[in-house]
Ligand binder design. Sequence first.
Ligand code: FES
Length: 109
Amino acid sequence: MTEDAKKWVFIKVQDKDWNILSSFEAEQDVSILWQSNHRNCEIPLACGSWACMVCACKVISWNEYIDFEKFGKQLINPWDNVILSCVAWIKDEYFEKYWYFEVVIQKII
Ligand code: FES
């Protein structure tokens, strides 16, 4: 791979019935919720700051690519493989290290 080779980081959002609602190239430093909601795939938003869990999504694949505490400590701890998408980002290192990967999340609400 050359230094200037394009790296693709994709996010797929599924509903509770496993239908793909949206698939898009991820942006760095933008929350997963914000990215999804700006691609016509609405994830509920209330507090926007770790406190309510309405934005919770299950991670179907690649939990380790997600940064939960990039800008601060979580006030509540979601259970395993569940993220608060309003305060979850793709880790910076994955935009730099790998050529292609995707994160799949599933809406809970
Ligand atoms: S909207 Fe409240 S925790 Fe995400």
